[in-house]
Design a protein around this ligand. Structure first.
Ligand code: GUN
Length: 307
């Protein structure tokens, strides 16, 4: 098991000195503005974790909440204010936005974030820079995946990597990062034929689909490195019973809470894989650590540019 939580703690420890130095020189901590629209239960948890981690690392983090009924105009007003704020170096608009804002809302909003404060790496300028292998701010989960591979001593150069999922948040950027580190990358998605067979050619398999336990042992080359990016909240008792044995801690957790967070990778994959990230405690904590790293990077760059 690859201990993402321990690696994330180490990264956050390494950031502390730079955060302290920035705060001394600037007379204020690096600042992050988080925007949350509506009350999506998963987003509430993610945002709470991001605020807590930022505070613990000495950053300033402010939450701007808008009701689910807010208009796109209201949301863009908040983004514009944060763009102009001298104390906010990073801006994160939590995805997904309420469906009522329209299908293109996320694109419009991510386009509106100042690219120098775009700690999510979703602005087209930052995406373009990544494509051209001159990245500035890169999406946090893909960065976390690369950091985990590097710090676990997993060789990427020359490896066959298969990424399941083609999202802008994970699949596309992680594929680019792997390619830039000289992996041979295949991107799979819902229309891919012979998916298990294709995945079984991977030395490194990244699962970013958003379907609980979708990746079963037949997808895995024995000894492969499996990175599970999925965070799926499961309420189906039958599924939990099929995935986890009677008397296990995970079953007990489910019975206590009525739900369980499960990755995209089936637990039985642990018997075939050479290395596997757990859920929870794998990529999730690394995503947060990279958000703090991106905020500090944006803060340092903004302040050295203004001197
Ligand atoms: N929703 C799920 N992951 C993310 C992320 O990395 N950033 C934002 N803004 N929203 C998300």
């Amino acid at each position: 098991m690859l201990d993402g939580a321990a690696i994330a703690r180490q990264i956050r420890l390494e950031l502390q000195d730079r955060v302290a130095a920035f705060t001394t020189v600037q007379g204020r901590p690096p600042g992050l503005g988080i925007v949350l629209v509506g009350e999506d239960p998963s987003s509430e948890i993610y945002v709470r974790n991001k605020l807590k981690a930022a505070g613990e690392s000495g950053l300033r983090a402010d939450l701007r909440r808008l009701p689910a009924t807010a208009s796109l105009h209201d949301l863009l007003d908040v983004v514009t204010t944060l763009n102009g704020s001298p104390i906010h170096d990073g801006i994160l608009v939590q995805s997904p936005l309420p469906a009522a804002l329209g299908r293109d809302a996320e694109q419009v909003v991510f386009d509106a974030v100042d690219q120098l404060k775009d700690v999510d790496g979703f602005h087209p300028e930052n995406v373009g820079r990544l494509v051209q292998k001159r990245p500035y701010l890169v999406a946090c989960t893909p960065l976390g995946v690369m950091e985990l591979l590097a710090r676990s001593g997993i060789a990427v150069d020359g490896a066959r990597a298969v990424v399941i999922g083609r999202s802008d948040i994970v699949g596309k950027p992680v594929s680019l990062l792997l390619m830039h580190r000289n992996a041979t990358v295949t991107i799979c998605h819902s229309r891919t034929r012979n998916l298990p067979e294709l995945c079984a050619s991977a030395d490194i398999l990244v699962a970013a689909i958003g379907r609980a336990a979708f990746v079963t042992p037949d997808f895995i080359k024995p000894g492969a490195v499996v990175i599970d990016v999925g965070i799926n909240r499961v309420t189906d008792a039958g599924l939990v019973q099929r995935l986890f044995p009677e008397g296990s801690q995970r079953r007990a957790d489910f019975e206590r809470r009525g739900s369980l967070v499960v990755g995209d990778v089936h637990p039985a994959v642990a018997d075939v894989a050479g290395a596997l990230t757990p859920v929870p405690g794998g990529i999730g904590p690394l995503t947060i650590a990279m958000l703090l790293a991106n905020t500090l990077k944006a803060a340092e760059a903004r302040c050295s540019a203004s001197r």
